[in-house]
Write a protein that binds this ligand. Structure first.
Ligand SMILES: Nc1nc2c(ncn2[C@@H]2O[C@H](COP(=O)(O)OP(=O)(O)OP(=O)(O)O)[C@@H](O)[C@H]2O)c(=O)[nH]1
Ligand SMILES: [Mg+2]
Length: 259
């Protein structure tokens, strides 16, 4: 018998993989973004913790966890390492990518730097390829204003198909609006329609052949289109991560699944 998503149970595997001891948490929220965009500053402002921050990239190398309460709900926030992409060419990229794909947070905040939005949107689009439960946080909006950079937040939101909120995390500006948007996405009261990249016909044809086979294995639990794309890339790290995910799922349910 094959190892399928149904026999693993999505909730069980998510808890066992990444959320050990966090069973009282209502929602798990990931913080992703390029290095130096203010993720840890935001994390500290929301959780009251003191994650390492500073004006050089690569400070956060492992994911850190903290909690906050908003409108009576307990949120667990995961501060991921800063990355320019999710193609897993470095340890940080792999930590961030594996968490977003296999950790399946209820929502992901993609923190982008308002002073160099274009470069940052590359990662935002990659995250949108993995998950539709995204809020984009345009941080360092104070710096952008100082440089006379204006950002049309609602146009950006329409373009990306997810909520976008402007913040200045160091001053705590915009945080209630961010928490509200995160709550709406996490609980599903706001439906997003993320902009997804369409590839050349040949690639789309390959995806169409591969995706159903992956879906048989993971169902709706993981993003089979994204996994198909990584397989087509020949990304061995994703193959290994998926094998591990399936194997651990098996352990979670007490071994009643036969491979
Ligand atoms: N002006 C301004 N500075 C900010 C803001 N948010 C963060 N910073 C500063 O930006 C720098 C980087 O912030 P971090 O929170 O360490 O950034 P990070 O995204 O966690 O960085 P990595 O862990 O290296 O990926 C620090 O010097 C912060 O004080 C903001 O909204 N406005
Ligand atoms: Mg950091």
């Amino acid at each position: 018998m094959g190892l399928t998503h149904r026999s693993c149970g999505s909730g069980a595997s998510r808890e066992a993989f990444y959320q050990a001891g966090a069973t009282e948490t209502d929602y798990v929220i990931a913080l992703a973004g390029n290095p130096n965009t203010g993720k840890s500053t935001l994390f500290n402002a929301l959780t009251g913790l003191r994650q390492h921050t500073g004006n050089w990239p690569g400070k956060t190398v492992l994911r850190a966890t903290g909690k906050y309460i908003f409108q009576g709900r307990l949120y667990e926030l995961i501060d991921l390492p800063g990355t320019y992409s999710l193609l897993a060419q470095s340890a940080e990229e792999q930590v961030a990518r594996d968490y977003l794909c296999f950790g399946r947070p209820h929502a992901t905040i993609v923190v982008v730097d308002a002073t160099c939005l274009e470069r940052n949107l590359n990662l935002a689009l990659q995250v949108l390829e993995i998950t539709s439960r995204v809020v984009v946080c345009v941080n360092l909006i104070d710096e952008a204003k100082r440089k006379n950079i204006e950002i049309n937040i609602s146009a950006l939101s329409n373009e990306l198909g997810v909520p976008v909120v402007a913040t200045a995390a160091r001053e705590g500006a915009g945080l209630p609006a961010l928490q509200q948007a995160v709550a709406a996405v996490a609980e599903g009261s706001v439906k997003t329609s993320p902009r997804r990249v369409r590839y050349d016909q040949v690639i789309e044809q390959c995806i169409a052949r591969l995706e159903p086979k992956i879906k048989e294995l993971v169902g709706e639990t993981l993003n089979s289109r994204w996994l198909a794309l990584r397989f087509l890339d020949g990304d061995a790290t994703v193959v290994r991560a998926l094998a591990e995910w399936l194997a651990r799922g098996k352990a979670v349910v007490g071994g009643d699944i036969l491979v």
